[in-house]
Unconditional design. Structure first.
Length: 431
């Protein structure tokens, strides 16, 4: 990445003010002084809270100035001033400026109780670990020590930084803190440990297998905290991607579905994605799963509702009677079950269609279109919900017109024809 040369006057740089103002000839201010210019960091003319000032271009020699500031970091009593120094270093790093020369000074700043500063030092460390592995090893003992801190946030942040170093030689230092984190009393540390297992898997699969982390991850599915369970599902699916995802059985599936109300929206989607891969042993189990998923249809999350519809249809396809099956004559067929599913999900889907954004409405219309083809006649009584609005974008208008044509029957045809007749005068010629 290339950067523009400092050949134009800039706030705080040479030429930004007349000779004789701001420290004799416009040179860089002495170490520790506030940077001039609008939007300066707290303590400067820009006032506090202007974080964008940290991303202004650097002046010549300013990295050396930051080194001097970091060397006095331990004696600095102003907490906010300490944070400002760290923010400036991270800002330069974000802009692509090489500040690895400050590695030693940054590592000395890690011994602090300020969680914000500690988090920025960890970020600095992880950023330069791959390109400066020798420097990263210098702070291994500190990270291992912090992973046993009394503060759960410090334990979690230290563990995340330790696993993010991505250095093969660090595996021996990572395994034990990882194993210890999975038994931690705080959920944040446990879920960080679960994600750390995934990083270890990609870094050294032999060590992953030797430590039997795969079995431990399955045990984490019974964790009392739903966020830990969500992470365990994601990690298992990625680790076992070659075999189609995590292995499922009846106890695991029912355990997750019985707790689905505890999960966040993201966690609910992670669980729902497992259902189409699970084949119920019999009709009773299939209906049990459907009953457990039924409350999800009442959520306002369109993604969860659509995933539940997909799960219902997959279960109906798995347990429904097919031609040639030697089942009881009164057993429901696949088509009968799918029709019952469409009747059940019609109301939630229509409600979401009326309350979503244009992008969401378009996606839901595509789902409705497929369901109408799957179960003709189910949506006929809701034809008014597919009337075109004057404010609808063109692509939504076209989707609604195609659906209205499929909903026409002897009872609804007059109203639908009248509605389509109004569209003849639409300003869009393609309509």
């Amino acid at each position: 990445m290339s950067y523009p040369q400092n050949n134009m006057p800039m706030p705080g740089g040479p030429g930004s003010m007349p000779q004789g103002m701001g420290g004799g000839g416009g040179g860089p201010p002495p170490p520790g002084s506030a940077m001039p210019g609008p939007g300066g960091p707290p303590g400067g003319p820009g006032g506090p809270g202007r974080d964008d000032s940290y991303f202004t271009e650097s002046r010549k020699g300013e990295v050396n100035e930051l080194r001097q500031l970091l060397r006095t970091f331990g004696t600095e009593r102003d907490k906010q001033r300490k944070r400002d120094i760290m923010k400036k270093v991270i800002a330069y790093m974000t802009l692509g400026i090489d500040v690895s020369r400050l590695f030693t000074e940054m590592m000395l700043a890690i011994e602090t109780r300020d969680l914000v500063i500690k988090k920025m030092v960890y970020l600095f460390l992880c950023n330069y670990a791959e390109t400066h592995p020798d420097l990263a090893q210098m702070c291994t003992n500190t990270l291992v020590k912090d992973s046993g801190s009394e503060d759960p946030m410090v334990r979690g942040l230290a563990l995340r930084a330790l696993c993010s170093l991505r250095l093969p030689q660090m595996i021996e230092y990572t395994s034990e803190p990882l194993r210890r984190s999975l038994q931690d009393g705080h959920a944040y540390v446990r879920k960080t440990g679960v994600m750390g297992i995934l990083k270890m898997y990609h870094l050294n699969k032999e060590e992953f297998d030797r430590a039997a982390f795969n079995d431990i991850l399955y045990d984490m599915l019974r964790d009392p905290d739903s966020s830990v369970v969500t992470n365990a599902i994601l990690v298992l699916n990625e680790i076992m991607a070659d075999s189609g995802g995590m292995a499922l059985n009846r106890p695991v599936m029912l355990h997750l579905l019985n707790r689905i109300h505890e999960f966040s929206e993201f966690g609910i989607l992670s669980v729902l994605d497992l259902v189409p891969r699970y084949i119920p042993a019999n009709d009773e189990e299939g209906f049990q799963i459907m009953n457990l998923l039924d409350p999800v249809l009442r959520t306002a999350n369109a993604g969860a509702v659509v995933a539940t519809i997909r799960a219902f249809l997959s279960i109906a396809d798995a347990i429904g009677k097919r031609p040639g099956d030697d089942r009881a004559p009164d057993s429901p067929t696949v088509d009968d079950l799918k029709r019952q599913v469409c009747v059940r999900i019609k109301a939630p889907l229509v409600t979401l269609l009326a309350s979503g954004s244009n992008e969401l409405t378009y996606v839901l219309l595509k789902y409705a279109d497929q369901l109408i083809d799957l179960c003709p006649g189910i949506f006929d009584d809701e034809y008014r919900q597919f009337y075109v609005r004057y404010s609808d974008p063109t692509h939504i208008k076209h989707s609604k017109v195609r659906i209205l044509a499929k909903l026409a029957n002897p009872d609804t045809a007059p109203d639908i024809v009248a509605e389509l007749g109004e569209l003849v005068t639409d300003v869009d010629d393609t309509m």
